[in-house]
Design a binder for this molecule. Structure first.
Ligand code: IVH
Length: 697
């Protein structure tokens, strides 16, 4: 999209605008170009050249200028993504060309059959195909007229969809204008998919859960649910992306033709979209001749699937030559010139045997479905959380139902729906308990919440769950402790609360069956080591309601000693990132509770460090200022330990490959991150061995 010279020129202009701030009628379009350039770097290339704060500063300048000069506003100004009004209804619109679906294939034989038909229809010995990922999101159609985005619509029934232009404008990887005129194009309809990447999905769900809201089932639902939201601001919050993969219609400026001589193939269309600033599968696509290479590429890609930052559910194979596509035409349902190759299903059916009610560490009662074990995408699933009573009611689940189960990528398995048509009348309703299944106390349901709760904080289930959480991998990471030992020691009266972890009687434990000297030594060392865990881990380990790992890190950055949190008011806590009213109230309540403070003092007396991780981390500064990212499977170090080593030596960890990254440490089976890093000369690509050598003894 931007040449090296253009990039350098725009970066120079960026610096000028940042230092001068001299917007006027003649130069304002330059500032817009600068902002568009940085949106492209951030949202399409995922490789920003300036910080968020710097971008915001430039954006504010443009906004201020346009406020005092409203006549100078252009429809494709970066400020015009932000319409103020809510969507009250979505108007039904007709697609220029119906949005057909694709025929599916599942194995090499299906592809070979389809290729035979393609060869018959085209009369060729070998057909040229373009292969690209099948993006698993929500499909959209965009129309640009005279270089401006004029309409965005959902797929709807394929013939008619709903107009969602205001919401789509909030997705920053969708250009508000694009120079189609340089290709002689006047009007164009483009197809694509709106997606939420795995990382944004995870973060968004963490936020929902921290606020006690129901998590979204998978990134696909998260994306499709976003398109028709009333408040475009909410769309912006979801961090959506758009991939554009097909041109379905165009008119030329200088002729009446609906094909374009400069663009004779599907792959050249994808190149054009990329050139004009769209996120099209330019790097992901592959053009091959004949079906053998297609089969090889789709098989290769299936291995990469889990490494991609977003979900794909297969590959799409298209006849590359657009005149051949026309010749082949379509059936009533799908084009004959394309086929989807679906990856192995991550859905399966099973039987719902029973529902158990588990008591969480905050007393929440979670219904858990026990199903007949079924393998899905390489993992056997037998237990599935149903979150709360409303979910069970909404899905109308019954004991004995045949249920459809899905497990997508990194996402926990969930029940999509019961197959009601398979019921035989023996199914039983699911009855919710009135009393805690563990301590018997009456359950309560706070007004603004969806879950029932046991409010007896001494309820055995809660105490045990709190200890299990405390020792768990993401919290204090006390290896070889584990859930089973917590339960065992608790049952035997050897452990009754969190401080008890640091007062275990190892003489008694050594007499228990299954505890040899080695395992006792390991457990002892792990407990001792946990005393110096970074502060954010300790905060997370306390299991304060709504305080997840992200919030724990935010809090740890603000204090030097854990007990400092006693001194913050709710209002002060709300000033922190990601800390809303509810979260602040919960933290305030925790630190206002005498018993909790007593517990913290006890932990301190037992040797647990309550000081800030900043002080604890000051081990060395040999990696100061250097940014690291790990990819693939490491052999010697655990990923989290390696990351901690970087931080302890003054370096930092980044989440993605950008030009700011200094070192990419590559383990076995590295995927797209490595490919991306290879294209940026400034990044040093090193092995795990090399990395270990960099760490002082
Ligand atoms: S081409 C007429 N390409 O899959 C053909 N579709 O079941 C237009 N999809 O509705 C579609 N990735 O939502 C095409 N690279 C890709 C795709 C893709 C995902 C979706 C699209 C379509 C559905 C077909």
């Amino acid at each position: 999209m931007y040449t090296k010279e253009q990039t350098q020129q725009l970066q120079k202009l960026t610096n000028e605008w940042m230092s001068s701030g001299k917007a006027d009628n003649n130069t304002i379009e330059q500032l817009r170009d600068v902002l568009r350039f940085h949106e492209y770097r951030y949202y399409v290339l995922n490789d920003p050249l300036i910080s968020d704060v710097e971008y915001d500063g430039l954006y504010k300048q443009l906004e201020n200028f346009e406020k005092s000069n409203p006549d100078a506003i252009t429809p494709d100004s970066p400020t015009q993504r932000v319409g103020s009004s809510l969507n009250t209804s979505f108007v039904t619109v007709q697609h220029i060309v119906p949005m057909l679906s694709l025929e599916n294939s599942y194995n090499a034989d299906d592809l070979i059959d389809w290729d035979r038909k393609a060869r018959e229809l085209t009369g060729l010995d070998k057909v040229e195909y373009c292969i690209e990922p099948k993006f698993d999101g929500a499909s959209i159609s965009l129309i640009y007229e005279n270089d401006l985005l004029t309409r965005a619509a959902t797929r709807g029934d394929g013939v008619e969809g709903e107009e969602i232009t205001t919401n789509i404008k909030r997705i920053k990887s969708v250009p508000l204008s694009a120079k189609f005129s340089t290709y002689d194009i006047e009007q164009i309809e483009i197809r694509g998919e709106v997606m939420m990447n795995k990382n944004s999905f995870k973060k968004y769900n963490e936020q929902l859960q921290e606020q006690n809201l129901l998590p979204l089932a998978n990134p696909r639902n998260a994306a499709s649910g976003s398109l028709r939201m009333k408040d475009p601001k909410e769309v912006a919050k979801r961090n959506l992306e758009a991939f554009l993969y097909n041109v379905s219609f165009l008119t030329n400026k200088t002729s009446n033709a609906h094909t374009n001589v400069k663009l004779p193939t599907h792959s050249s269309m994808l190149e054009m979209l990329w050139q004009l600033g769209f996120h099209s599968p330019k790097a992901e696509k592959k053009v091959v001749k004949g079906i053998d290479d297609v089969i090889q590429y789709v098989n290769e890609y299936e291995y990469k699937r889990d490494d991609l930052p977003y979900e794909i559910d297969g590959m799409v194979i298209k006849v590359n030559d657009l005149s051949l596509q026309d010749k082949m035409g379509m059936t009533t349902h799908h084009p004959r010139w394309a086929i989807a190759f679906k990856f192995k299903a991550r859905q399966a059916t099973s039987k719902l045997i029973k529902v158990e009610f588990q008591v969480g560490r905050t007393g929440s009662i979670t219904p858990v479905a026990k199903i007949e074990p079924v393998p899905i995408g390489g993992v056997t699933v037998s237990s599935i959380s149903l979150f709360n009573e409303d979910v069970v009611r909404e899905k109308d689940l019954h004991i004995g139902d045949t249920v459809l189960v899905e497990r997508a990528g990194d996402v926990i398995p969930y029940i999509v729906k019961p197959l009601a048509e398979l019921r035989d009348g023996t199914e039983k309703p699911i009855i919710f308990p009135k009393n805690c299944p563990v301590c018997g106390d009456e359950l309560v349901k706070p007004e603004d919440e969806a879950v029932w709760r046991c409010v007896n904080i001494n309820c055995k289930a809660q105490v045990v769950e709190r200890i299990i959480h405390f020792v768990s991998k993401d919290a204090m990471d006390i290896k070889s402790f584990g859930e089973a030992n917590v339960r065992k020691f608790y049952e035997l009266g050897l452990l009754k609360d969190v401080p008890g972890i640091y007062q275990l009687d190892f003489d008694v434990i050594s007499k228990l069956e299954g505890f040899g000297k080695k395992s006792i030594d390991n457990l002892h060392t792990a407990i001792e080591n946990s005393k110096t865990q970074p502060l954010h881990r300790l905060i997370f380990a306390l299991g304060i309601r709504y305080v997840g790992e992200t919030t724990a890190k935010t809090l740890a950055h603000k204090i030097t000693n854990l007990l400092d949190l006693k001194n913050f008011s709710e209002e002060q806590l709300q000033q922190f990132d990601d800390v809303g009213v509810k979260v602040a109230a919960s933290i305030y309540q925790f630190f206002g509770n005498k018993d909790n403070i007593e517990m913290l003092h006890k932990l301190q007396q037992l040797g647990v460090q309550l000081e800030s991780s900043k002080q604890q981390l000051a081990v060395g500064d040999s990696l100061a200022g250097k940014m690291f990212l790990f990819t693939g499977t490491l052999e010697k170090l655990k990923r989290s330990d390696a990351e901690e080593l970087v931080e302890k030596n003054g370096g930092s960890i980044v989440g993605s490959v950008t030009s700011k990254l200094n070192y990419l440490v590559v383990g076995a089976d590295a995927g797209s991150k490595l490919e991306k890093a290879k294209k940026i000369p400034a990044i040093k690509i090193i092995s795990e061995e090399d990395f270990i050598k960099m760490i002082p003894k």
